[in-house]
Design a protein around this ligand. Structure first.
Ligand code: GRF
Length: 193
């Protein structure tokens, strides 16, 4: 199974996926890493000798034209699966249509709780005593697609956004690595999750 990973930031989840895919018995291969900006996480692709690109959102007049450029980059690699791992952009239809439903996303909350760009902050603001990590299929909504895997994580007294997010990320990584493996083996059938 060939995989393209899209990021916007540090790419710690990407790094974990690169390490997992580096194992000879892992059934998926990351063929390219893309970003919507010159993301620090692209250095992880470089370190693993994986091609990378970025399509700077700020240089396009609108989301649709940015999406067309992103789609053209991805089309060159023909990935079987697209993994959003910290991509902080909603994908326009021009990117969703060619690959849906073979696009998955990691989210640092127990969806459908706390969707959107600030799931960790929102859980804290709501005074939640527990939150979670989720891996979902990307659809046209914001974190509304079918849930492929999720796990509860306790919110501890004294947690701030950073400490809680750092406790969530390792769970996200474990779930993501396992979901990609199960998609590659056919155990998860994305056309009918
Ligand atoms: C992850 O928690 C991801 O779910 C969220 O942003 C974070 C990205 O972290 N959308 P990193 O870039 O993988 O370190």
């Amino acid at each position: 199974l060939t995989v393209a990973v899209l990021i916007s930031g540090a790419g710690s989840n990407l790094r974990a996926l690169l390490e997992a895919a580096n194992e000879p018995d892992y059934p998926a291969r990351i063929v390219v890493v893309g970003a919507d900006r010159e993301a620090e996480g692209l250095a992880h692709a470089e370190a693993f000798g994986i091609p990378w690109f970025f399509v700077p959102y700020a240089e396009y007049p609108n989301r649709e034209e940015w999406g067309d450029a992103l789609r053209d980059q991805l089309a060159a690699w023909q990935p079987d699966l697209i993994v959003l791992s910290g991509l902080m952009r909603l994908l326009p239809a021009s990117v969703l249509e060619p690959w849906a439903p073979r696009i998955i996303n990691t989210h640092p909350a127990y969806l459908p709780e706390f969707p959107g760009a600030h799931g960790v902050r929102d859980a804290l603001a709501a005074g939640a005593t527990q939150t979670g990590a989720s891996v979902i299929v990307v659809d046209a909504g914001v974190d509304t697609g079918p849930i492929l895997a999720q796990e509860r994580i306790a919110v501890l007294a004294g947690d701030d956004e950073a400490s809680l997010h750092e406790r969530i990320k390792p769970v996200e990584r474990r779930l993501l690595i396992d979901v990609v493996r199960r998609i590659a083996t056919g155990e998860i059938d994305l056309s009918a999750p």
